[in-house]
Design a protein around this ligand. Structure first.
Ligand SMILES: Cc1cc2nc3c(=O)[nH]c(=O)nc-3n(C[C@H](O)[C@H](O)[C@H](O)COP(=O)(O)OP(=O)(O)OC[C@H]3O[C@@H](n4cnc5c(N)ncnc54)[C@H](O)[C@@H]3O)c2cc1C
Length: 462
């Protein structure tokens, strides 16, 4: 028998386990600090808040299904979204083949996952309109599982893999990875050594993984960070665009700084939700459901920031900004009307209530305030200019009533150095997914799980 350990049961870990479960002679053990899918209840998240504080591990970020389980479950079938899959896979054809394999994986468990395939003529026209405004529109085939259906799909994946012999060790925080690929858990148990190891601990485990890599002499480098705001508008403003593409991707170069801002994670008729981290920092995110709809649409408008010496640690930078925003918001996200932001005034509850956009998050969960007090001027200018450019393609998106919520920070992991098979300098030790700094999305994470798993299969059964 060949023993294989997988750390993390997110999309990266589950896709790897699924592929390896069919390899003769492979014995697979998946470790996850969280719980089984149907045990992952979070009293806070049930009220549309994302709680990242639950002990011992957060039910939103941790457990079988990973951070993808309570997400909107938008599957972006594009080799440049969620990571550079062409670079990771080695060629465009191979990347597309892997993207298709991830799509087929999810479809095996629910053939009805809704497809959003942009009509070519409409996509072409939108691309033309966007180009005229200096914006790049990226047409993508997408599927929406929906935050309400994703847990059921993941539960089916879990039971299917158990039936096929995969062993799941839930509530097990792996604390130490040893050179011989044995693992030590927080509970003091030792497992292995294993013949192969795939570490796929997601954003929850990214700092831990880079620490383990450093201890084991595996190099890594800092990745860029995305800092921005969650934008909320009336759903009718986005209706036409979201009918062409469910989660439209616009890349904008701003007038003053020539920086890239981009739209991300659009939730048509969705809800703004709260993210609360262990250290007290607050953030915002968005979700959408298949069966439950709001009157609004939200999306993230993000600035990509690359840092060089003397501060390369982009996480530290993002955290410092999020801390100031949390401080100013009194422990709650700041919400501001675009009209107030443009006039240099803070929003108040009274001003907020003049907006025709009624927040989808309850008033007691947010603080009307001034985001420009917390964010660097350059980021603020990029956000306002980005929205104004986007208004030429989506009229009304930069109206006075538009709401902005902050902080929204997409922390990046340090990218762990690997070869093309995603194997580190320790033979048989592979990494995959968001936690290794390779990806930022469900499909992309799944693709990296498959790359590692295929390489392992080739070693077991050349
Ligand atoms: C609110 C929200 C909405 C999102 N919406 C979308 C979307 O619509 N579409 C999209 O493509 N992406 C979305 N994403 C991002 C997506 O969920 C992630 O990119 C994806 O889940 C990453 O997969 P992964 O397997 O790398 O890691 P994860 O899914 O994060 O899984 C990692 C797993 O590892 C476990 N783990 C970590 N450290 C340890 C350890 N030391 N020991 C044991 N276990 C450990 C964790 O418990 C976790 O279960 C969203 C994310 C969030 C938070």
């Amino acid at each position: 028998m060949t023993s294989i350990a997988i750390i993390g049961a997110g999309p990266a870990g589950l896709l790897a386990a699924d592929f390896l479960a069919d390899v003769k002679g492979a014995r697979i053990t998946v470790f996850d600090v969280g719980k089984q899918p149907m045990e992952r209840h979070c009293p806070v998240s049930d009220k549309f808040h994302y709680c990242v504080k639950c002990k011992p591990a957060c039910n939103i970020m941790c457990g079988i299904g990973g951070a993808g389980m309570y997400s909107s479950g938008i599957l972006n079938m594009h080799p440049k979204i969620g990571g550079d899959l062409i670079e990771l896979a080695g060629s465009e054809d191979r990347a597309l083949d892997l993207v298709l394999a991830v799509e087929e994986f999810f479809m095996r468990f629910d053939g009805g996952i809704k497809l959003y395939n942009p009509d070519p003529a409409q996509a072409r026209e939108l691309k033309r309109l966007s180009s005229a405004a200096g914006i790049d529109f990226i047409p993508i085939r997408q599927r929406l599982m929906g935050s309400d259906h994703t847990p059921r799909i993941i539960d089916q994946v879990y039971h299917d893999q158990m039936k096929r012999g995969v062993e799941f060790k839930t509530n097990q925080l792996v604390k130490i990875i040893n050179q011989d690929k044995s693992l030590e858990t927080e509970q003091g148990e030792r497992f292995g050594p294993f013949d192969f190891l795939i570490a796929a601990p997601g954003r929850f485990g990214m700092i831990w993984l880079s620490g383990q890599a450093e201890r084991l002499g595996i190099g890594s480098t800092y990745e860029s960070i995305d800092i921005g705001a969650r934008v909320e508008v009336k759903a009718e403003i986005m209706e036409e665009i979201c009918n062409i593409q469910r989660d439209p991707k616009f890349h904008i170069f701003t007038k003053t700084h020539d920086d890239q801002v981009r739209t991300f994670c659009t939730n048509h008729e969705g809800f703004v939700v709260l993210e609360a981290y262990h250290d007290g920092t607050i953030g915002v995110n968005g979700v959408s459901f298949v069966d439950k709809k709001s009157q609004n649409t939200n999306f993230a408008l993000l600035n990509r920031i690359n840092l060089t010496a003397p501060l390369e640690d982009s996480t530290k930078f993002g955290k410092a900004i999020a801390d100031v925003a949390t401080l100013l918001g009194g422990g709650k996200p700041i919400v501001q009307r675009l009209r107030d932001l443009r006039r240099g005034a803070r929003s108040t509850l009274k001003r907020l209530k003049k907006s025709n956009v009624v927040p989808t998050i309850s008033y007691d969960a947010i603080t009307p305030g001034d985001i420009s007090l917390a964010y660097p001027h350059r980021i603020m200018m990029n956000l306002v200019e980005g929205l104004e450019q986007l208004d030429k393609v989506i009229p009304g998106v930069a109206s006075d009533s538009t709401l902005l919520y902050a902080p929204e920070v997409k922390y990046s992991a340090k990218r762990i150095y690997t070869n093309a098979q995603l194997e580190t300098i320790i033979p048989g030790f592979f990494v995959a997914g968001d936690g290794a700094g390779l990806t930022r999305g469900i499909v992309a994470a799944g693709v990296t799980g498959l790359i590692a798993a295929r390489a392992i299969k080739d070693r077991i059964d050349p």
